[in-house]
Structures are given as C-alpha cells and as structure tokens.
Design a protein around this ligand. Sequence first.
Ligand code: SAM
Ligand code: SF4
Length: 327
Amino acid sequence: MIDPFGRSVSYLRVSVTDRCDLRCVYCMSEDMTFLPKVDVLTLEELDRLCGAFVAKGVRKIRLTGGEPLVRRNIMTLVESLGRHVAAGRMDELTLTTNATQLTKYAEGLKAAGVRRLNVSLDTLDAAKFTAITRWGKIEQVMDGLMAAKAAGLAIKINTVALKGVNEDEHDDLVAWCGEHGFDLCFIETMPMGEVQHRAGQYLPLSAVRARLERRWRLTDSDHRTGGPARYVSVGETGGRIGFITPFTHNFCESCNRVRVTCTGTLYMCLGQQDAADLRTPLRASESDGPLNEAIDAAIGRKPKGHDFIAERAGTAAVPRHMSVTGG
Ligand code: SAM
Ligand code: SF4
C-alpha cells in the first residue's frame, strides 16, 4: 500500500475496544459513553479485517484501545494474529496497555508470539497515579509489569509529559526504567477530544530533555522502532529514552501507519478527521473484494500530515478522544 506521498503503509494500529478500566484525565472524560455492542466488530471480524491488511503488506500490528486487555476473549484474536508472525507474513504483533491485566495475560501473550509491550505509566507515585487515572491502583500496574518482565516480554514505558503533574519525576522514571531494563518514551499531550484537565498541561519535550541533561549523559541514538520516536542513549543506565514530539517536530514525513477503530472505521491520520467505513464492506460480503476496494480508496487519500499546533494544545484539534483510536 503506497499513499499519494510515496509512503509505504506497513503498520496497522487496531483499537479493539473503546472501553477501559481507568479514566486517565487527559484521555477520557469521567462520564464517557461507550459504544453499543452492535456497532463494535466481533473478534472474528477484527481478525478478518487485520488479515486483509496483512495480505496487502502490513508487517506490524499493534492492538490498543481503550484498554485492549479488558476486551472479553481478547486472547483468541491475539493468538490468531500471532499465527501471521509465526508464518512469516508479519514481523511483529504488539500491544499498548495500561498493564492492569498483565498478571493474567503476560504468559499467554508471550506464548502467542508477542515480544514487546508498550505500557503507559505517567508516575511512580501511588497517589498521583490514582489522581491521573481517576481511580487506578499503582500496585496492580507494578504487579502486571513484573509479570510481563518475568515472562520475558520487552517493555517500553510511555509517559505523557504533564506540566505541574509529573515533571519532577522524570529523573526517577529514567532511573527506575534503567534498573528494570525498560525503555522509556516521553510523549507530548495531544489535543484530542474534550477532556477537562489538559489546558495548561502541555510541556514541550525540548524542556524535558534539557532538564534530564542536567543529571544524565544523553547521546543521540539512531535506534528506530518504525515509529515517530527519536531516541537517546543514557550513559549511566545503558537504557534508551525516546521522545515523541508531535508539536515541536513534524513527525509525518516518515509516517507508515493507519489506525482502525473497534467499529471498523479507518483513520488515515491520528490528527485528522477524514475516515473510511470498513465495517459496511466487511459485513456486506463474505468475500474480501469490497473491503479491499474500500481500503485502497482510503490509502489513496492519506493526508500529508496532522494539523496539531502547539498554541492550541489546550483545545481539541480533533473532537474524538484518544481512546477511540488508541494513540
Ligand atoms: N489503554 C492503553 C494504554 O493506556 O496504554 C492503550 C490506549 S491509550 C489511549 C494509548 C496511549 O495514548 C497512552 O500511552 C496514553 O497515555 C496516550 N494518550 C491518551 N490521551 C492522550 C493525549 N491527549 N495526548 C497524548 N497522549 C495521550
Ligand atoms: Fe484507559 Fe489508556 Fe485512556 Fe488511560 S490512556 S483512560 S488507560 S485508554
């Protein structure tokens, strides 16, 4: 799949549910209304949809949400997609998760062929964690993380840099990740959905990096994971820190990804509203013909880039919440 700007689309992110067991303040409002079940693709439909993308050249799939591991019977989808990896049709199957369910699922994920996980964690402080997630318990996340580590899964911690919330903890996070052998990636808040607590929390990662450099020896690294992060190596820990900077850097030139929601809506760009309905062609026919046509038409209008601008970091550039597309 080649888009109009010559970029090859080889990475599919699939939001398998809009539901979550947490309510992070920058991601969801407290009283979210979730989708009715009929609108949500079944796991079999999601599997078929992913299979169509794999047949078109997608080499990497990331399951996300909402919280992917709260979807009932999610392991049937993970196991089915894992077979594409085992057969060499795909390079990688991975997940982004809040880690609350990992004590239950870590071993199964590893057995299904998952090698790496992205875990979202903004603080190491129990009270702050509960405040950010509105009711989460950090012990559950720590237990999940340790279960994943014990199962042999490589872990990258994703931390949203939040002004006045966790900026005093970035050094501790670097040290803690170094200790456990986790990579760490800082993300700027993005203007997604009407959530109450984002205004004023935007913290440019240039400032985060400058502050980290007071304590750590950071050297630019050419490490790439096929994503938008730019990495540095940490001299003292031997670990890596990534920075995802949608505002301070334009990360669109090398964009290789598209996102599909749990309703089968395909977003060609995280920061744009244009979308394609894949559920109708998927449900209209047992053959993949109509689905393939809809995918081709959508890739043919993948936009050049997003419209996020830093000045608007407190207001929504796109009205959908991050939990719709899963970041
Ligand atoms: N529930 C899973 C999790 O938290 O890892 C997967 C879905 S969550 C929507 C994916 C990522 O999006 C998380 O790392 C979260 O911190 C990030 N995120 C949510 N809202 C965001 C926002 N407004 N700006 C930047 N990142 C955001
Ligand atoms: Fe749930 Fe992840 Fe959004 Fe937090 S960031 S509310 S864990 S979907």
